[in-house]
Design a protein around this ligand. Sequence first.
Ligand code: PEP
Length: 252
Amino acid sequence: MAIRGPRPLVAGNWKMNGTTASLKEARLIAGMLKDVRLRCDVMICPPATLLRRLKGVLAGTPIKLGGQNCHWDASGAFTGEISAEMLKDAGCSAVIVGHSERRSGFGETDAVVRSKADAAHRAGIAAIICIGETLEQRKAGQAVDVVSRQLRESLPDGSASANTVIAYEPVWAIGTGLTPTPDEVGDIHSSIRGGLVAQLGEDGSQVRILYGGSVKPSNAPAFAAIPDVNGALVGGASLKAVDFIGIIKAYI
Ligand code: PEP
């Protein structure tokens, strides 16, 4: 009997986009998926200001709610920050950590990403840990090495398929319309799989590895067909219901 791979996850990262008006896109997504028997998990990660209201919109649907970032402490004097415990309290089942925009724009190192993933686990939500190489690193033939190092150093003790998702997002593909070839994605995902099994044992084969970077309805089926691609992390295309649904369709 064939061993079944992990259940795919399609997660939308709204980044710093969205006000009350955007809830209508979420209502459309919820409506379109209402009577569909999903064979993948679907998640929306809105800005923190919309978490509560989005939770209301998604009530009664299988669509999950996620945060975009968290602090490593549970509470304290950290003005402007949000803890993983607060995200859980707001209805999140996961949080994105180590997005390249946080690594490059806010100086987040692998050690910081690891402590945030650890915080997510402590709070009882999953960590979606982002890793990926820059264009310079890819051109220098370092993509596999960079991603392997990020994986090794960003995964906290206690990581398991139930509480951890890896998102491979080549930095140069995020929001640019550029994408790696299916072979390039396949090579990286298989090296990530190898790293997960080396670090977590057999359970590493069940950790979901998402591809992210300029995913849209037209290219989603090609990514979905690559071995060890277990879903997508979607930025820009998750802001429009019709595009996000088009991507989800590649997995159902
Ligand atoms: C992202 O920000 O995680 C992302 C993948 O963005 P986009 O889909 O817009 O490239």
